[in-house]
Design a protein around this ligand. Structure first.
Ligand SMILES: Cc1ncc(COP(=O)(O)O)c(C=O)c1O
Length: 387
């Protein structure tokens, strides 16, 4: 049967290139090969036991119905407390909106910000869902090229250089996916002030905030009345599959957010929200800190090992679990290089073309979401190909 006409907006949305590599990796594994996975953007650790126990208890107590649309009140309160404890910032629980992962938080907030002729400014490279969502909503993405000189982040000078009047929102992700770098606190504040001055939205993706290894960055929460922050229990809290994220929204937009949430997802998963209540407990925190330490050790090993075999890493990745490495010493096309390494050496990582255009063919993203032993095997295999 002939295929029906699909939305024209969807035609502007691209798939992840790494998906074809992942399919290839699966085939290799089915043939009995061991593949070293450094392409996965999720922790290899499973959810900490106290969180799992809270989820199981909720299920056993028969808590299986919808929660209120904006989230479980106790969880909204716990997250508001978290901002006071971690950042000394006062947030009202009503400003916290629980979403099915931060993926839906992004969609909700961008739906609020983007009309047909609006432009959204963001760094290139960046997490690809953000530019694809802007396009899906009928907006236009203004990619601002960044590189190691600004630690792969936007700064005020870059924003001013590229500024034009159609921009209605500025998006920052810190720590960044794919580079693991963090925006300097003072630049974040300057950009927030600039956005306030221009009366445009600022959206800051802080989903990797718990996973930082050298300094604790400030949160953009409360920087001004037009700044939205999104975060998630997925990465630091190890809850990717439970699908719980959140928005910290300025009070003046709560009724619009409520309307959007009612019509897009009705409520975040009840099970995940009850489980997430245990995420801020002391016993959970202890586990999370130990895991963070392990991620730090992996990062330290992998940065040094990649450099020693010829990859270029000019800026130290300070957070998340990603390293964005220059592979131009070995190839002209990072996608072809990723395919070759996977086919010949059974090591998987993500080509730069998944994250934008700037330096994309010269970079690949390594995720240290597998244990040290596997990372060492991966490096040995890579070295044997490169040498
Ligand atoms: C920068 C960034 N934002 C948002 C997300 C969405 O994550 P989740 O929906 O699991 O919270 C991801 C996932 O990889 C990400 O890397």
């Amino acid at each position: 049967m002939a295929k029906c006409r699909i939305s024209q907006r969807l035609e502007r949305v691209e798939s992840f290139h790494v998906m074809s590599l992942m399919a290839e990796a699966k085939k290799l594994e089915a043939q009995g090969h061991s593949v070293i996975h450094m392409e996965m953007g999720e922790p290899d650790f499973s959810t900490p036991a106290p969180i799992v126990a809270a989820g199981v208890a909720a299920l056993q107590a028969g808590i299986t119905h919808y929660t209120p649309t904006l989230g479980l009140p106790a969880l909204r309160e716990a997250i508001a407390d978290h901002y006071m404890r971690e950042y000394q910032v006062a947030v009202e629980p009503e400003q916290i909106i629980i979403t099915p992962g931060s993926a839906l938080a992004l969609q909700l907030v961008l739906s609020l910000m983007v009309s047909d002729k609006d432009h959204v400014a963001m760094a290139d490279p960046t997490y690809p869902s953000t530019h694809n969502l802007v396009r899906l909503l009928g907006g236009t993405v203004l990619h601002i090229p960044v590189n190691e000189d600004s630690a792969w982040q936007l700064n005020l000078d870059l924003l001013v250089q590229h500024w034009h009047e159609s921009i209605n929102a500025v998006l920052i992700a810190s720590p960044s996916n794919p580079t693991g770098t963090i925006i300097a606190d003072e630049q974040l504040q300057k950009i927030a002030d600039f956005c306030a001055d221009k009366s445009v939205f600022l959206l800051v993706d802080e989903i990797y905030h718990g996973l930082v290894y050298s300094r604790a960055p400030s949160s953009a929460v409360g920087m001004n009345e037009n700044t939205f922050v999104i975060n998630s229990f997925s990465k630091f809290y190890g809850m990717t599959g439970w699908r719980v994220g959140w928005i910290v929204a300025p009070k003046q937009y709560l009724s619009e957010i409520n309307k959007l949430a009612q019509h897009t997802f009705l409520a975040a998963p009840t099970l995940g929200q009850y489980a997430a209540l245990a995420a801020f407990q002391d016993d959970t925190r202890k586990i999370l800190i130990e895991r963070r330490e392990e991620f730090r050790q992996r990062r330290d090993y992998l940065v040094g090992a990649l450099e020693s075999i010829g990859f270029g890493i000019r800026v130290q990745p300070e957070g998340a679990f990603y390293i964005y490495a220059d592979c131009s010493a070995f190839c002209e096309d990072s996608y072809k290089f990723s395919c070759k390494v996977l086919r010949e050496k059974h090591v998987a990582f993500t080509p730069g073309i998944d994250f934008g255009n700037v330096g994309a063919k010269q970079h690949v993203r390594f995720a240290y979401t597998t244990n040290l032993e596997n990372l060492k095997i991966g490096i040995k295999r890579l070295a044997s190909l490169i040498n």
